[in-house]
Design a protein around this ligand. Structure first.
Ligand SMILES: *[C@@H]1O[C@H](CO)[C@@H](O)[C@H](O)[C@H]1NC(C)=O
Length: 182
């Protein structure tokens, strides 16, 4: 049974959401993740970028988490504490995010799926709250661009659901978008 505190917080959050009219994103803008369907999602934030490298090369950099600082100011590192060859489902890492003009924050994440063949990595945020309260997943994938040899596209998106997702929608969406773009 959820604790009384959790229930009271939920009621407050939902009433607040209704009062200030937090609206979920339009369905056509939702990008689903393995456990957050388009139907259930509250919001999505995503970014994509075209790169002059094969998907294999970009993927190798992507999973070289210690080197993030070389290409992203906002996410200087993701620490899985083990070497990249051993990345697998269930591994927990700590992502460091540096918001503009603020001090770094760290967020624990858990890999829920990784495919070396399709160059897809999915993790979820470990919030300490049950999945039915808030579930936020991030997909990252790299695909070769058809008809453009030597070019690929990196895509990433966060999608979230649950009552607390309305708070995220309200407080964090802009920040998440900035981090993805950074
Ligand atoms: C979410 O999806 C992944 C991959 O499809 C799966 O392994 C996992 O058990 C699912 N559930 C949760 C709660 O993460």
């Amino acid at each position: 049974m959820p604790s009384l505190f959790l229930k009271v917080s939920l009621v407050l959050v939902v009433s607040l959401a209704l009062t200030i009219q937090i609206t979920p994103d339009a369905r056509e803008n939702i990008l689903p993740t393995p456990n957050v369907s388009t139907k259930e999602a509250v919001g999505t934030a995503g970014a994509k970028i075209k790169l002059h490298a094969t998907s294999e090369q970009v993927w190798r950099d992507l999973i070289d988490f210690g080197k993030y600082g070389e290409w992203s100011k906002r996410v200087p590192s993701v620490d899985f504490g083990e070497d990249k060859g051993k990345l697998k489902e269930g591994m927990v890492g700590v992502m460091t995010v540096v918001p503009p003009n603020a001090s770094p924050n760290t967020f624990p994440v858990e890999i829920i799926s990784i495919s070396q063949s399709t160059h897809t990595l999915v993790w979820k945020s470990l919030t300490g709250l049950p999945d039915w309260v808030i579930l936020s997943e991030r997909v990252q994938e790299v695909v070769d661009l058809p008809g453009q040899p030597g070019w690929s596209q990196y895509r990433t998106w966060d999608t979230w659901k649950g009552p607390f997702a309305y708070v995220m929608q309200w407080v964090f969406k802009k920040g998440i978008e900035e981090n993805l773009e950074g």
